[in-house]
Design a binder for this molecule. Structure first.
Ligand SMILES: *Cc1c(COP(=O)(O)O)cnc(C)c1O
Length: 477
């Protein structure tokens, strides 16, 4: 259904868009919760980021371009570190989830702001190490890490390897033994809570590829596969159990899911104490804190998340008679996502008449599903604004689409844009710092855009835009 949607008009949407989308009184107005901190619209109507007009950025670097507000990303990282240090006086660590957006500059910013780093592939590990990140502060995730990846992690001295299967425990134990080291390990637990968008589902059914089940397993005993994984880690002299790990999903807007997951995972912690006489020193509660893509989203501040999690962990530890382990969390999107926007140039504006006489306005931009696949992949909602001038034309419900040969190539499904929007105008889509460049692809042999970082009135390229030569370099004929 998603694939063929571009031509169809939802019956309930009509020309007003989805229920949450309000027609703005002033199309030029920016909603501060959607934009990086330094973005303002100047008196001339041009958006400015870090003091630089986006028209200058487009002229200098071309479009599409990802534009990152360095100070904004850093301040989000710092806010997490400060909030978690305050909420957990005994100590807490914030691991930035690199998969949301990783390049050497971001690795350095994260290091300078005092965060740790999560990677989930050899490639992400390579970027972190190339930027000089301390391996002891890296966590390595993945449900199918290759032997080569595990070996690199062990030999680099990665601080925690989050194990995800019995095969991996065995593989890692052998590898660490061969190298004569004790590899620090966390056991990824599936708590049966799946959080997404505005709700969470607590379910006994755990049909997904990540982690060890708390409820079921070969062992057929309380604690399921997760308890068995702990037994095997503890039995391997070359592995050192740091603790349990759970990650319940993405775009989470309340603490309920964490309450259930903390209760379940600390239940296993208590079982470990009873069975083995030890309390693993650490507990990782994962990431997934939501951000605002549109006016329908109302995200938590880091302080609210940290306070809520501290209350939950303290309460559950007291209930089980456990000491509070050192807590870690893994925010990705909520650090990198709101810090960036994508700048596009409008190429065509097409009004398509629909059954019943309604008209849908298609605004085509010079990128699309190759630089932001989230709308096509997850049915994600975005917002956008005319970025290169003011308009006093009335708003028109519009759909911003890309240039790819796919009708599902939608960037912003529904947004009110000025009705005088025209080719050559620039459009900015906020909230694209996470899972856009990191998921970018070369569909239709479209080169991936670069990333421009803006700070203190200066712009610089931190990831170069691809060229057709880059594409041809891989094509060995
Ligand atoms: C993806 C992921 C995260 C980060 O999720 P966000 O939604 O970007 O905060 C954290 N931990 C794990 C294990 C993940 O897979």
């Amino acid at each position: 259904m998603r694939v063929h949607e571009a031509g169809a008009l939802h019956a309930d949407i009509g020309q007003h868009g989805p229920a949450w989308l309000r027609e703005p009184d002033d199309v030029n107005l920016l909603l501060p919760q959607l934009w990086p901190g330094s973005v303002v619209r100047g008196a001339d109507g041009v958006l400015r980021v870090g003091g630089i007009p986006v028209t200058d950025l487009a002229a200098e670097y071309g479009t599409p371009a990802y534009v990152v507000d360095e100070a904004d990303l850093r301040s989000r990282a710092a806010a997490y570190r400060t909030a978690f240090s305050a909420a957990f006086p005994a100590g807490a660590d914030v691991y930035y989830a690199g998969k949301s957006f990783l390049c050497k500059a971001v690795v350095r910013w994260i290091a300078e702001e005092g965060l740790n780093l999560d990677v989930c592939s050899g490639g992400e590990l390579a970027v972190a190490l190339a930027a000089g990140f301390d391996p002891a502060r890296i966590g390595f995730h993945g449900n199918n890490k290759s032997l080569a990846e595990l070996d690199r992690a062990v030999s680099a001295g990665v601080g925690r390897i989050i194990v995800d299967s019995f095969d991996e425990i065995e593989r890692l134990a052998t590898l660490a033994a061969d190298r004569g080291v004790r590899a620090p390990v966390m056991v990824r637990v599936t708590v049966g809570v799946e959080a997404h968008t505005h709700e969470y589902i607590a379910t006994a059914h755990e049909d997904q590829k990540f982690g060890f089940s708390l409820n079921r397993g070969r062992a057929g005993r309380e604690g399921g596969d997760a308890a068995e994984a702990v037994r095997r880690v503890l039995a391997a002299p070359s592995l050192r159990l740091l603790g349990l790990h759970s990650h319940i999903g993405s775009q989470i807007y309340d603490a309920q899911g964490f309450e259930v997951s903390a209760r379940r995972v600390l239940g296993l912690q208590a079982q470990i104490r009873d069975e083995h006489g030890i309390e693993p020193p650490e507990l990782d509660l994962g990431g997934g804190f939501g951000i605002a893509y549109t006016t329908q989203d109302d995200p938590f501040e880091p302080v609210e998340i940290a306070t809520a999690l501290a209350g939950i962990v303290q309460h559950e530890c007291t209930a089980y008679g456990l000491s509070v382990p050192r807590i870690s969390v893994e925010p990705g999107r909520s650090i990198s996502g709101p810090a960036a926007f994508t700048l596009y140039e409008v190429g065509t504006v097409k009004d398509v008449e629909l059954d019943g006489g309604a008209v849908r306005r298609y605004v085509s931009v010079d990128g699309g599903m190759s630089d932001n696949i989230r709308t096509a992949l997850y049915d994600a909602s975005y917002s956008c604004t005319l970025a290169s001038r003011l308009s006093d034309a009335p708003p028109a419900l519009s759909r911003v689409v890309g240039k790819h040969c796919e009708s599902g190539d939608i960037v912003v499904r529904d947004e009110f844009l000025p009705s005088d929007l025209a080719p050559g105008d620039l459009i900015a889509v906020p909230g694209t710092g996470a899972y856009t460049r990191s998921m970018a692809n070369n569909y239709n042999h479209v080169p991936r855009p670069g990333v421009v970082a803006v700070a203190d009135g200066t712009a610089r390229v931190i990831v170069r835009a691809e060229t057709e030569d880059d594409l041809l370099r891989l094509d060995v004929g």
